[in-house]
Design a protein around this ligand. Structure first.
Ligand code: FES
Length: 335
């Protein structure tokens, strides 16, 4: 998906030039009417939040996504907005969406949380960017009241509210229950727009469902790359320490960081004529993407070897450390 940061200069300039200090918009709690009854309200705990973990089919290697959360100050410094030039399945062209100003962090869909309105939601909002006539801006949560409804639902300072929805039930004359759901998108709205959306729901609704966006740190993999001693100068270190991003292709990541994969005795790869075998320390194997059926067959007799070009690191957004030996057929050779 192509996103651009400069092709809509007016939009972005205005979004980024907001004077947060000049516009103190903190509110606690926001002006939502208390419901007549709270008995049917519900909250979603942080631990059970739908998007609190990166999972994969089968449920192995589950990673708690919240381990990559950042604090309020960092989040506030990273939030920005982008627009996309052309329509895609995920996004309409020209409509701003939340992003970060650093590639070491990403905007995660932190899921929907249901927040009781009984006694107020207990959160404070701040307009990081705004002041535009069209109502676009960046509004984030700056505080949640300890023990309050927003805190119980798992909302964190630094989050931005991207959508709001409310479900109400009514008993019709014929006795049937009528369920109505109203929702509004609030991604990249200024403070007033966000507040208007929060206040625009029926006062009797006991709870509101908020779709959250959250900035998270991109998981890193520390990789020690070891060369066969025979390929190193006498007395020189035979290892290089690298930091890779979760999701990177192992072969490309190594080569773009200057690792030379040259093994004169290795047979050429059946797929592409290259040589990409690497030996991976057992302790770090779980950090790699699972083998395809073909790779499994090829490596049946060599469980410590991987085809680096078919491997990604930090599988399922894991982070950790691993050791990789390159040019594996040179390791048994004497100088
Ligand atoms: S370089 Fe051909 S399979 Fe890796």
């Amino acid at each position: 998906m192509a996103a651009r940061t400069t092709a809509a200069p007016l939009l972005l300039l205005l979004l980024l030039l907001a004077p947060p200090a000049a516009r103190g918009f903190g509110i606690a709690p926001p002006p939502l009417a208390s419901p007549a009854s709270s008995s049917s309200s519900s909250t979603t705990s942080l631990a059970s939040s739908a998007a609190a973990a990166f999972t994969e089919a089968g449920g192995s290697n589950v990673v708690d996504a919240n381990r990559y959360n950042v604090d309020l100050d960092l989040a506030a410094s990273l939030w920005t907005a982008k627009v996309q030039e052309t329509n895609s399945n995920a996004r309409e062209a020209g409509v701003p969406f939340l992003a970060t100003s650093s590639k070491d962090y990403f905007v995660d869909d932190a899921g929907d949380v249901t927040v009781s309105r009984d006694g107020g939601m207990g959160l404070e909002l701040l307009e990081l960017a705004g002041g535009r006539e069209d109502g676009f801006g960046i509004t984030i949560v700056t505080a949640v009241t300890e023990g309050g409804n927003a805190a119980a639902a798992g909302i964190l300072p630094g989050d931005s509210i991207a959508s709001i929805s409310v479900t109400t039930e009514q008993t019709r004359e014929d006795g049937a229950q009528e369920v109505t759901r109203r929702s509004a998108g609030t991604e990249c709205l200024d403070f007033d727009g966000t507040m208007a959306a929060l206040a625009d729901f029926p006062g009797e609704a006991p709870a509101v469902t908020l779709g959250l966006k959250r900035i998270r740190r991109w998981p890193k993999i520390k990789v020690r790359v070891e060369y066969p001693p025979i390929q190193c100068a006498e007395g020189a270190d035979n290892h290089v320490d690298l930091v890779l991003d979760a999701g990177e292709n192992l072969k490309r990541a190594l080569q773009t960081r200057g690792i030379v994969m040259e093994d004169p005795d290795a047979p050429k790869c059946d797929y592409c004529g290259n040589k990409c075998n690497v030996s991976v320390g057992r302790a770090g194997m779980h950090l790699l993407s699972p083998m395809s059926t073909t790779e499994e067959k090829i490596m049946k007799r060599n469980p410590d070897l991987r085809l680096s070009c078919k491997t990604t690191v930090g599988h399922n957004m894991q982070e950790g450390e691993l050791t990789v030996r390159v040019n594996v057929r040179q390791w048994n050779k004497e100088r």
